[in-house]
Design a binder for this molecule. Sequence first.
Ligand code: SF4
Ligand code: SF4
Length: 471
Amino acid sequence: MDNNDETRSAETTEAAETAEVKDAADSAEIKETTEVPEPTEVSCQTAEKINLEKFSPRQLLELDACTRCGECSNWCPAYDQDNREPLTPRGRATQFKDIVSRQHGVFSADSVLGRLLGKKPVTVEEMKQFARDLYACSTCMQCHFVCPVFIDTVELWERIRECIVDSGYGPLEMQKDLVKKTKAYDNPWGQPRSSRARWGKIAKKKKRIKEIPGDISKQKAEVLYFVGCTASYDNNVEEVGINTVNILSHAGIDFGILGNREKCCGSVLLRMGDRESFERIAKENIQQFNDLGFKTFVTSCAGCLKTVREDYKKIGGLNFEVKHTLEYIVDLIKAGRLELKNNVNAKVTYHDPCHLGRHAGCFDAPRELLSLIPGLEFVEMERNRENSRCCGAGGGLKSAYPDMQNEISQKRVADAVATGATELVSACPFCYQGLQIGIQAMDAKIRMRDITELVCMAIGEEPSPEDRDKS
Ligand code: SF4
Ligand code: SF4
């Protein structure tokens, strides 16, 4: 480690700013071609027609399939905070169907039959209000799991968001920055590409890791550890990267990272409805990953996992398997390559990240892993697995409606506190951030932990002195 390796605060130093400016210049071409369209001025003028080619026949049928039973409303975390019908999955589907029927078909507002029936054209202001309500959703997928007619709600919401973006009504003002930064800097936080791997240098300097992981593009390895944007840039969740590196090193895994070549997985773009930009970044990532020839892609982020494992395969073939860190750790324990030998005397409860649980079907592995940690007392929250309450951080909800996210997070923290647990464990940097907001707002007596932290304690890779102080 040389003297230029500084603490995380160095990201705001002149050097970092210089790098950022250089990066911005590097990405000037990208910015020029990917500018988010500005919404049309507020007016009562007729709105542009939604392009229905984006929807599969099944999705168009799903708009008609809603029986209006209202079960989804009983579970939706956004509606729980703002009791307006347009925020319910039922209301959203019904409203979109109304927009489509007034714009298309024999009963549309501009058809003879439509005029006879008194159909009104869809106005720009209506579309803008629809967009505001559409983005008041964390894409948590709870509505899909409770819907008796199995409407694939989140696929539908994401497709509708694409149409809204194409028409210039989305993403919302407060979300645009996130999208622009992802396109310009390859991360939603607008940090320089050149400092993406700085967390590793700092951790080495602080003796939190023994070695900085090798650059997999220079030195082939069996496993790619994909750190993700949040764990790379947010020092509040740097533990996730540090712990993962320590676990993989402890088990003697042949792994590497992409360092400054790592780019956002594109999840933020897809969830916001910017499919064109998502596909571009996904194709670049798929090409880069496949060319590297590793066998296993490991990530500690639920959003990256869902995006790479579930969404990338719709874009291109992957010549490697994709695993969340906790799934990979369970495999290592079963293969006898990792031994959890130290007692971790704590009472913990587990929060299922929406994009790991409901979206990717990973419910058993975290519970199996927690059951293998000696000394640990595990207690379930009343809402768990498929019915786990969302933390509100996903789907762009936190950026557009931070107050709503805060309230949603507090409800989840209250669920955790009610169990009597002293530790709230999850497996996603985004959930970690989102739940911390609730813990702080409530001044709750529960400690947020990433699951990798408990594994580190169990294998004898002690947390840092700062971390111990926080416990
Ligand atoms: S995905 Fe979640 S937040 Fe969005 S409508 Fe469904 S239940 Fe509500
Ligand atoms: S649960 Fe399904 S069928 Fe019932 S109102 Fe909601 S979207 Fe419609």
